[in-house]
Design a protein around this ligand. Structure first.
Ligand code: ATP
Length: 330
């Protein structure tokens, strides 16, 4: 369990973390989300006692990290996968850590196996790929069989098999009753891994909810409509607050209306429907909506967040129903 109260970190005039309070509970995977520079790493570093809070407190499993007699058995962390003696083998690195923390050497073999590092365990860490380094960092985090895991961008650099492995590992560790707190910029990954999300923006908590509650709270709901008379239906449905996009002929993605009224409009006008499906937001959409105001570092491409192709219809204007560009918003 991680408990923060009024946690604050200032670097000179910059307030990186601004009086946040939250609890990360055991038995769940909690995703820690936020734009670049939001304060995620700073928060994780304060949890691990690597940065001193300017104000407030944070405790892990009941105590500040530094006060645990055997911290590696309480909290395992992957913060930066680089701080390793590059001349040492993975095995020797883990063995040295185990020795200095009173962890039996047999555990080294266990974590090497858990992280799939058997084939490279005797090789110099300096020659490791980003993904291998990341696996080694996770092996270090698991070494003390800790009750709480803090993983900063754990899937960074991993191949698809590695991403799947981290997802299953995080869920498994939580199912054993451990606290798993992980940051990621990959919303689809968080959606598949986390039970809860803690969203931070400009150092403040923007959301602390289950993934389901968070997604349900988004206003970005839409309805997928398939009809041989899609263009006609689009003209009838369009109006104030209704945005229609289309990624293929005969298919409409209608935001700002609901299935019942679209179905009624279709029936009243003798329009045949082949599909009428309410589509809930994705975690990514809910996240983009929530953090839009908090993004500190904007790219100037005009395509916020790289969202998929949309062609919002102007109220009153005939909606665009293009031929078949690449995939729609979901
Ligand atoms: N040692 C430091 N000195 C000065 N400013 C810092 C320091 N560490 C972090 N900051 C600033 O604090 C803010 C929060 O940074 P932090 O690294 O915690 O964000 P983050 O959410 O982890 O970002 P990212 O997603 O890019 O990793 C940023 O504005 C950053 O520039």
């Amino acid at each position: 369990m991680i408990e923060a109260h009024g946690l604050t970190k200032r670097y000179g005039p910059k307030t990186a973390v601004d009086g946040i309070s939250f609890t990360v509970r055991p038995g769940t995977v909690t995703g820690f989300l936020g734009p670049n520079g939001a304060g995620k790493s700073t928060t994780m570093r304060m949890i691990m006692g690597l940065d001193r809070p300017t104000a407030g407190t944070v405790i892990v499993n009941g105590k500040p990290y530094a006060q645990h007699r055997s911290p590696l058995t309480e909290v395992g962390a992957l913060l930066e996968a680089k701080a390793v003696h590059t001349g040492r083998s993975a095995y020797n690195h883990l063995r040295a850590l185990a020795a200095t923390h009173g962890i039996p050497t047999s555990r080294v073999g266990d974590v090497i196996e858990m992280t799939g590092l058997q084939a490279v365990a005797k090789k110099r860490v300096g020659g490791f790929s980003l993904g291998m380094g990341q696996r080694l960092g996770i092996a270090v985090a698991l070494l003390g069989d800790p009750k709480t895991l803090i993983l900063d961008e754990p899937v960074n650099g991993l191949d698809p098999e590695g991403v799947l492995w981290v997802r299953n590992l995080a869920k498994f560790l939580a199912s054993e009753g451990r606290t798993v707190f992980l940051s990621s910029h990959l919303m689809s990954e968080v959606a598949q891994t986390a039970d809860r999300v803690l969203v931070i923006g400009r150092g403040k908590i923007l959301a602390d909810a289950s993934v389901q509650e968070f997604v349900d709270g988004s206003s970005q709901k839409s309805v997928k409509v398939r009809s041989p008379q899609a263009a006609r239906l689009a003209e009838l449905v369009t109006g104030d607050g209704v945005t229609i996009t289309s990624s293929e002929p005969g298919l409409l993605d209608v935001a700002g209306s609901d299935a019942a009224s679209i179905g009624e409009t279709a029936a009243a006008n003798g329009i045949v429907l082949h599909e009428l499906t309410p589509v809930t937001s994705t975690l990514e959409q809910a996240y983009m909506e929530l953090t839009a105001e908090s993004v500190e570092y904007h790219a100037s491409t005009g395509q916020e967040g790289g969202a998929a192709t949309t062609s919002p219809a102007e109220p009153g204007a005939a909606p665009a129903v293009p031929a078949a560009p690449e995939g729609g918003a979901r």
